[in-house]
Ligand binder design. Structure first.
Ligand code: BES
Ligand code: MN
Ligand code: MN
Length: 461
């Protein structure tokens, strides 16, 4: 306990230095999806490895089939082994003109609610991963880590982690730990921490519908020739029924209802679906009839069209009958829904609706299963107690509507559960212009991890 107190005091007195390190990290534009930034992604990995070495970790930048991983180790051998995961890649900052200051020139601003750090990636996920690294630093400066810690930092999360399964398979032995920790999720609100015990899975599918052999004059062929955009639009319209349910056959087969303990907690949460929607300029929930907004975003599966491309989309007009149309789809999965089964059923659904002369091509952009942390686990109780000590309130056992592919891979390939604790807020604008992270999230996030590490080290789980 004396050691924890010393570490907490270090965190408080070193806050300015920690902030300076975060600024240096955010200043490197590690945009994983754009090949033009591959060098910057590498530079970020090198920066992190060097930073981890500065606090006594043995750290290496490891190549993968894509962007590199940073793997670092420190701590007491024989003590519980924990694997921390974070991602150092970021989403593109576009549209640039909507940023109030350049996305890769982080700065601190004062607001009526407190200080905020601005910059692409501050909340997703650089500020968050640094809360853990800074907690480790504080322990290292107070006599050493209370457990054995491996840190795995990925540079491809925002592109669906394509190199991950291969990397895990190759390094299974050294990465396997008693428990994985991740800091890539949010709090319930600015004063209430959350442990995300459910994470939705994801299936990303692109469909190309092809008709005529080439684009045609819509006066010469219109009426006689099939239009792939119409075909695609009809398929998209068929995907949901009038109650907002997804019409793909078998879609709900492996959807499990919420564990009662969680359902009861959610019913008691002060959450107003209307306010949640009003924040983004909406008023009426658009999902399944009879489900609360919280269920819609945390525990129900979805199907969304993320983009449609086809025909003439330039300035002015063009009387063209396009030869092809494409759309990008994402399905959020819950419970035991099987990504392969869902993708196969979706493809049959599309094929069954293709008229004569049309063909469909399918491209998969990745998939991951939904995850659920066993609510009765000892690690969860310890983390809840640690968070209560820091925040003076119970942590909400939350769902997470987003997806983090590695969490599924940890479970499937390494048999490891992941404890997901994050300090982002719903209004952090992740993936959007003017992304921010509250200074209080950063500071109390570090303190929370210090307490969680101490709690997990106390007895073996
Ligand atoms: N950190 C997010 C996941 C997240 C989203 C957590 C919202 C909490 C609330 C993560 O970086 C992310 O954006 N995931 C993508 C995965 C995709 C790119 C494979 C997602 O959920 O869309
Ligand atoms: Mn993230
Ligand atoms: Mn993200």
């Amino acid at each position: 306990m004396a050691q924890l107190d010393a570490a907490l005091a270090k965190i408080d007195s070193n806050l300015d230095a920690a902030l300076a390190r975060l600024f240096a990290l955010v200043a490197i534009p590690s945009i994983s999806t754009d090949p033009a930034f591959a060098g910057e992604v590498d530079r970020t990995a090198e920066w992190l490895a060097a930073d981890l070495r500065s606090l006594g970790f043995e750290a290496a930048v490891r190549p993968t089939t894509g962007h590199p991983m940073v793997v670092a180790k420190a701590g007491r051998a024989g003590a519980p082994h924990l694997l921390f995961y974070g991602h150092y890649d970021v989403q593109p900052p576009d549209p640039l003109e909507l940023w109030e200051s350049p996305p890769f020139e982080p700065r601190l601003v004062e607001t009526p609610e407190g200080k905020q750090i601005l910059g692409r990636g501050v909340s997703d996920d650089k500020g968050q991963l640094m809360t853990f690294i800074e907690a480790c630093r504080a322990f290292q400066e107070s006599g050493g880590l209370p457990c054995s810690v491996t840190i795995l930092l990925e540079g491809e999360e925002e592109t669906g982690s394509p190199s991950l399964p291969g990397f895990l398979a190759e390094h299974r032995a050294e990465l396997k730990a008693e428990l994985a920790l991740a800091c890539d999720t949010g709090m319930w609100d600015r004063r209430t921490p959350a442990i995300s015990v459910m994470l939705r899975g994801l299936v990303l599918e692109e469909v190309v519908v092809r008709g005529a052999a080439r684009d045609l004059h819509s006066g010469m062929f219109g009426g006689a020739a099939i239009n792939p955009i119409h075909v695609l639009a009809l398929i998209i319209a068929d995907l949901h029924d009038e109650n907002g349910r997804v019409a793909v056959p078998g879609f709900y087969e492996d959807v499990t209802e919420l564990p009662e303990e969680i359902a009861e907690q959610w019913r008691k949460l002060p959450f107003n679906g209307r306010h949640f929607l009003e924040e983004v300029g909406l008023s009426v929930p658009a999902g399944e009839t009879g489900r609360s907004v919280l269920e819609m975003i945390w525990s129900r599966p979805t199907c969304d069209v993320n983009g449609i491309i086809g025909g003439y989309t330039g300035k002015g007009s063009k009387t063209v009958l396009p030869a092809e149309a494409r759309a990008k789809f994402s399905f959020r999965l819950v419970g035991a829904q099987d990504p392969e089964k869902i993708a196969a059923s979706f493809r049959s659904f599309v094929k069954a609706r293709l008229p004569a002369d049309c063909e469909a091509e399918f491209v998969s952009h990745g998939a991951s299963r939904a995850q659920q942390l066993p609510v009765a686990s000892a690690a969860l109780s310890k983390a809840r107690k640690a968070l209560r000590e820091e925040w003076g309130k119970d942590a909400v056992l939350a769902g997470c509507g987003g997806s983090i592919p590695i969490v599924g891979a940890f479970k499937r390939d390494l048999g490891m559960d992941t404890l997901m604790v994050g300090f982002a807020l719903d209004d952090d604008r992740i993936h959007s212009p003017n992304e921010k992270y509250e200074l209080s999230s950063f500071h109390k996030g570090m303190r929370s991890w210090a307490r969680i590490l101490a709690a997990l080290a106390a007895e073996r789980t």
